[in-house]
Design a binder for this molecule. Structure first.
Ligand SMILES: [Zn+2]
Ligand SMILES: [Zn+2]
Length: 590
């Protein structure tokens, strides 16, 4: 028998379909639905070939894939179908997943509409309703038909204003799409562009730019990506698609010699592009967005002597041509970077991931972390770190298992024991609550014995601005050296920064024994770039932290670094880019 082998993306798509159908069945099936959803994500993220993972029996060792799921994956890979999916499909009419997204349209109603009119998509239903055919279906009528049209319009509107994706999630989806695109024989080069390339906190559309001698073939290849649920726009050289789980992806495919300009335009931001384009125009150049050509205008005296047309192969060539420094993507926000690049005063050594020597702000099982001191130590060591600060919560954070003195003593003993088994230097720290009067959460003689103190606000987010400012100022003036943790307490898309006079607090920090954290947790990313830049003016130092409650969360480091770069931080301004001895000296509490 000829076998129809599915790749990992096609398998993931089938698992997602199973999940969606189980969700529609409702009740207890919802739990199973979630398991299939997790499985789909895990399969798409498997490195390399799925056939290999299957033959080596590695599948059930992947987190999120149990025995039942592994057997469906094996079936899908070998036969192209799954017994579970086939059975579910028999229970529902075609197009049910899409159609059931229309508010008020039950599965029974979809079945009736399918039987009478053969509709299998929202677009077909909309056309049928607009043509007045739905009112004749038994049980529907003119009023229901009108209601359906309105519900479809509402649904489309909601879809357009959907929430933006968190940075780490957008990155994971982008990696999946990239690894799929790289299986195209026609692809030469591909890059992430848009807000994701600029390291923004949230991403609306995941933008990609690809180059190929045959751009249309690359677009076609993406359109066959099995996780697509809707193609919103398409042309020979570009497409925009919706993926399951609310991700939107757009691809622009160009000829190899157009790649540099295409990447520039697709990276944005709009404000940055507009200003750069104005500068180009003044110099007699046109960076054409549509044709992707760099042309010299007739009125340009300085450049007319050139015989050959200018070619931009690499995006980095654009800026010097305009007489300015290269502007790294994280800085392209029209926040002063263009003026600085023209004056050649951009920060010379922006912090990079490889500059970081110490993993800062880590929780363990002593408070609300998932892993032990030893596990956290080994994970940080494996990432090449030279030191790790263990900073569990202080007693006032009782809901997070804050450490009273006896537990703190036990933790220090455990840190000493672990230290004998690992090379990485373990530093004893605390994430001390800032109390309402601005004091810290341990007596001074205890605080002074830590290697490092992070001071954070964990409650009273609604305190009035004047009180909060006073509280923070008192805290920052405490005699011990402290790092201001997740400064303004925001949770991205969930909780705004609390109100306080940030500039006044920064003024106090500048003359106190204190530094500020750039928190790499993708839900926090606190402080914001504009405040980092304000702090830089006052020569305040920073640490880039992970706020890790598990080993896996140490990956937050790259988001922290991206956020720091958006705030123009240089290596010399980041304390955990220092070697161990200098770092200890810089943050020593007493
Ligand atoms: Zn905290
Ligand atoms: Zn924390």
């Amino acid at each position: 028998m000829e076998s129809k082998k599915l790749d990992k993306f096609a398998i993931a798509a089938a698992l997602q379909e199973i999940s969606a159908l189980l969700e529609l069945k409702g009740g207890d099936n919802r739990f199973k639905a979630r398991a299939y959803q997790t499985g789909a994500r895990a399969v798409a993220a498997i490195a390399g070939d799925i056939g290999r993972a299957l033959s080596e029996n590695r599948l059930t060792s992947v987190p999120g894939i149990g025995n039942a799921l592994a057997s469906q994956i094996r079936q899908l890979h070998l036969t192209g179908t799954s017994s579970v999916l086939d059975k579910l499909k028999e229970e529902f009419p075609p197009g049910i997943i899409e159609l059931s997204r229309v508010p008020g349209l039950s599965t029974t109603k979809v079945a009736k509409l399918h039987e009478a009119l053969g509709v299998t998509s929202i677009a077909e239903l909309q056309a049928a309703a607009a043509a007045g055919k739905v009112r004749d279906v038994p049980g529907f009528g003119a009023k229901t038909e009108q209601g359906l049209l309105e519900a479809i319009a509402d649904h489309e509107r909601d879809h357009k204003k959907q929430k933006r994706l968190h940075l780490h999630y957008a990155e994971r989806v982008a990696e999946q799409v990239l690894s799929y695109l790289r299986t195209s024989r026609d692809l030469e080069e591909v890059s992430i562009a848009g807000s994701l390339r600029r390291g923004q906190e949230t991403v609306g559309t995941i933008r990609l730019v690809a180059s190929s001698k045959n751009p249309a073939a690359v677009v076609k290849h993406l359109l066959r990506f099995p996780l697509i649920i809707k193609v919103a726009e398409q042309s020979e050289s570009s497409c925009t698609v919706d993926l399951a789980e609310a991700a939107k992806v757009s691809l622009r495919a160009v000829k190899p010699n157009e790649f540099g300009l295409a990447l520039f335009w697709e990276t944005g931001s709009e404000a940055h592009l507009t200003k750069i384009n104005d500068i180009a125009n003044r110099k007699g150049l046109a960076l054409d967005r549509e044709s992707l050509k760099l042309t010299i205008k007739m009125n340009s005296k300085s450049l007319q002597s050139r015989k050959k047309p200018l070619q931009i192969r690499n995006e980095a060539e654009i800026y010097p041509l305009l007489g300015m420094q290269y502007v790294t993507p994280e800085l392209r926000e029209d926040a002063g970077e263009i003026e600085a690049a023209l004056k050649k005063t951009l920060p010379a050594e922006l912090i990079t991931l490889s500059d970081i020597k110490g993993m800062i702000h880590c929780h363990t099982t002593y408070s609300d972390g998932k892993h032990s001191v030893a596990e956290m130590a080994r994970a940080a060591e494996a990432m090449g770190m030279k030191y790790l600060t263990i900073t569990d919560h202080s007693p006032t954070a009782f809901y997070a298992g804050g450490l009273k003195l006896d537990r703190l003593k036990r933790q220090w003993e455990e840190i000493d024991e672990t230290q004998e088994q690992v090379k990485i230097k373990l530093l004893k720290g605390t994430e001390s609550d800032i109390l309402s009067d601005g004091s810290l959460d341990y007596p001074d003689d205890v605080l002074e014995r830590f290697d490092v103190v992070i001071a954070s606000i964990h409650s009273r987010y609604k305190m009035d601005a004047e009180k909060m400012t006073k509280c923070l100022i008192t805290a920052m003036r405490q005699p011990v050296f402290k790092i201001w943790g997740h400064a303004l307490g925001r949770l991205i898309q969930r909780r705004p920064p609390f109100a306080c006079d940030v500039e006044r607090v920064l003024d106090v920090i500048a003359e106190s024994r204190a530094a500020i954290e750039v928190n790499g947790d993708p839900y926090r990313l606190d402080m914001e770039p504009r405040w980092i830049r304000e702090a830089r003016k006052r020569k305040i130092k920073f640490v880039i932290s992970v706020d890790a409650h598990s080993m896996g969360a140490m990956n937050n480091l790259k988001y922290g670094v991206a956020q720091a770069r958006r705030g123009w931080l240089q290596r010399s301004e980041v304390l955990n880019a220092l070697p161990l001895a200098k770092f200890r000296q810089a943050v020593r509490p007493a």
